[in-house]
Design a protein around this ligand. Sequence first.
Ligand code: AMP
Ligand code: ZN
Length: 469
Amino acid sequence: MRLFDTLAREIQDLSPINGESFGFYCCGPTVYGPAHIGNFRTFVVQDVFRRALELGGTPTKHVRNLTDVDDKTIRDSQAAGKTLGEFTAFWTEKFHVDCAALNCLEPHIEPSAVEHIPQQVQMIEELIEKGHAYSAEDGSVYFRISSYPEYGALSHLENRDLDLGHTQSQRANDSDEYEKDSVADFVLWKARREDDGENYWSSPWGEGRPGWHLECSAMIREYLGESFDLHSGGEDLVFPHHENEIAQSKCSCGGDFAAHWFHITHLLVEGKKMSKSLGNFYRLGDLLEKGASANAVRFALIGAHYRKQLNFTLDSLHAAGEALDKLHKAERSLAELAGQDVAPSYEELIGLEDKGLFEEAWIGLNEDLNTQRAIGAIFGALRRAENDTDPLTQWKGLHFMLNALGIELPEVMEEVAEDAPEEIQALAVERWEARSNKEWAKSDELRDKLKDLGWLVKDGSGDYSLEKL
Ligand code: AMP
Ligand code: ZN
């Protein structure tokens, strides 16, 4: 596997430092609400990355944290009248359901920030002892950026104005949101404030809670050690989050921290940055309600190379459904030629040598995780596979690639329910036509109408069924 490294700014070969398994860390979700499909572009691409390594024969150790204490989780748990723990457990559960629907493998370890407060406190103590951190008058502790000359290498900070010697609270305020833009000494420990409510912990510097950047450094040391293979997140995390993690970890532990950095470009929706006010803010549940399958959402999310901007549209989702349908038909005919029925499992496919005509797709995937190239090559291979003399090899090769991308083929849709009354069937046909013509508003309206009449429409990739509610 070769991958573009954000720090080195070139494509590099990857292999485990310890010669055994590839240890990588992904910054996980902030569990204060449902994750949106932008978050899932990042998590799905990271999942494809892991699958490609494992299927290629390299075992992995995948660690992804849960951010369950920060300004947003505290603010919204209070608004919801729940304890922080109850509130974040609820959203963590929802996140897991979406991950499973999108066919993402569970990380091997999923540590939570709240459960690692002592490790974070210890890291701050080490940083103070070594002169990299100081406690300020406001009762908080800050990282002294001027004590770490390499600060900014990942994000090319040399081109920006550094405002050293000032804490964030002296510059403006010390909210987690503000930390995302500030190039000032950043907060490691936040002194307790009234609006924190019951959410504070004791420390040598008084009551408070850790700053947002610290949790990853502390949990990485705990689960992957001081030097590990790769660190990943969406592109927004390069600065300041990952820059701050490097500073904290290198100054406290002294190891090399991450050997490689892997960042995923942000998703656009309908050509724009996702925002609630623009009405283009989609969560998985919103798309499922529109009749899409989670499988089609996943397929659409990997439709472009991760370093390119991906513009997610309802049209692209529709096209993903159609592509899955084609894949499904091609798989069925190849299975018949090969005399096979039950698809091989993920475990059975690990290390498959002969990928037949699908070798090209595999090469594409391993060259900077080019999912777009891999998908194109799969369709190319399928066109040639029909006339191949070794359908069994081709069938296995196809399943190998489907597993690498995490694509599950759609189930055969049930026939349109015969027992639905005529007027219901007529409405369903009208809706299907609207949907096929990409008249989304009309199709949604008819779906709602059918729902009011007691019938649920379930869309497959090339068909639909009606279910009595
Ligand atoms: P958060 O829940 O905000 O902590 O983010 C979880 C992950 O999603 C992080 O790796 C973010 O960088 C990533 N992320 C946030 N917004 C987007 C987006 N629009 N496209 C791709 N990744 C994103
Ligand atoms: Zn992180």
